[in-house]
Design a protein around this ligand. Structure first.
Ligand code: SAM
Length: 286
């Protein structure tokens, strides 16, 4: 049974609960968020590290619980996020290092962990405009790949990531870690292949699918005239015919050497920076 943090009601600013026992039921529920089933049931997920928690709060994400290690007590930034959590009706837990290590399953854990509500964008609400680039991933399996793609999409200024078919969870601990915080900046959408294809027919987008048998050099495509959706295939089997045949272009990244293909996240990065080359300048970056 998942503890529903939403029913705990608002708390007084300054209220902090101390927990040292691994058997504490709230800690058990937080640890359960490392399982997909618990994340689905509760709609929550874990993000590790003070920077991520600050970023998430700045971007308006709803924090349910803030957990910090005793050693972080009194640090001004930690006190600030704790006050914000309480003001937002969330719970603040001050825990032993042993407890925070068991939540994140790490020997050298982050001192701060936040539990946030998941956010999913609906495909029907995605109406890309010219200059927008979306990434669509067919059945992405590897959390590291997905996290890296979300981070790279953020860095390239893409508008969001559409997860097509049965995929790894963008809100798993591994994926969130690999996004380095970009999970809070990049909208994610879930769709079946049928929903994606139906959306594609009315959304006014140009779908550039990448395929090892693609006939078009990815550098020769016009990425300016319509909003672009870069469609990437599954790590093992590549893009299925049902998706490939509906694409506006089947692009290939020329390769040399003995490697059969590029890693999915690397191929996505190459495509993203080419598709957005005309929009990215040094003066706009930090
Ligand atoms: N064995 C798979 C296949 O036959 O397609 C390899 C998949 S590859 C690891 C994962 C995805 O990355 C591909 O489906 C494609 O979207 C993209 N990709 C990798 N290398 C590529 C290349 N040279 N040109 C175009 N797309 C590439």
């Amino acid at each position: 049974m998942i503890h529903d943090f939403r029913n705990d009601g608002p708390r007084k600013v300054g209220h902090v609960k101390e927990v040292t026992s691994l058997a504490n039921p709230i800690i058990k529920d937080i640890k359960a968020l490392t399982n997909k089933k618990s994340r689905e049931e509760s709609g929550d997920f874990l993000a590790e590290g003070l920077k991520l928690v600050i970023d998430a709060l700045e971007l308006g994400w709803t924090i349910r619980t803030l957990v910090y290690a005793k050693a972080a007590k009194g640090k001004p930034l930690v006190e600030q996020v704790a006050a914000k959590t309480v003001a937002a009706g969330g719970l603040v837990l001050e825990v032993s290092e042993k407890v925070i290590a068991s939540i994140t399953r790490r020997d050298n854990p982050q001192m701060v962990v936040g539990i946030f509500d998941q956010r999913w964008r609906q495909l029907r609400d995605v109406r890309p405009k010219t200059g927008e680039t979306w990434v669509a991933l067919d059945r992405v399996r590897d959390p590291g790949n997905l996290g890296t793609i979300i981070r790279t999409s953020d860095a390239a200024g893409a508008s969001g990531v559409i997860l097509v078919g049965e995929t790894t969870d963008p809100f798993s601990l591994e994926t969130v870690r690999a996004t380095m915080g970009s999970v809070f900046a990049v909208p994610v959408v879930k769709a079946t292949p049928e929903e994606f294809l139906a959306w594609k027919r009315t959304a006014g987008v140009s779908v550039v699918a990448t395929h090892l048998a693609g006939a078009v050099d990815y550098r020769t495509i016009d990425y300016k005239k319509r909003p672009i959706v870069l469609l990437m295939g599954n790590e093992q089997s590549g893009l299925p015919d049902a998706l490939a045949k509906e694409a506006d272009a089947l692009a290939r990244i020329p390769q040399a050497g003995r490697a059969d293909s590029l890693n999915l996240a690397v191929a996505t990065a190459v495509m993203l920076f080419e598709a957005r080359r005309h929009l990215l300048t040094l003066s706009e970056t930090r």
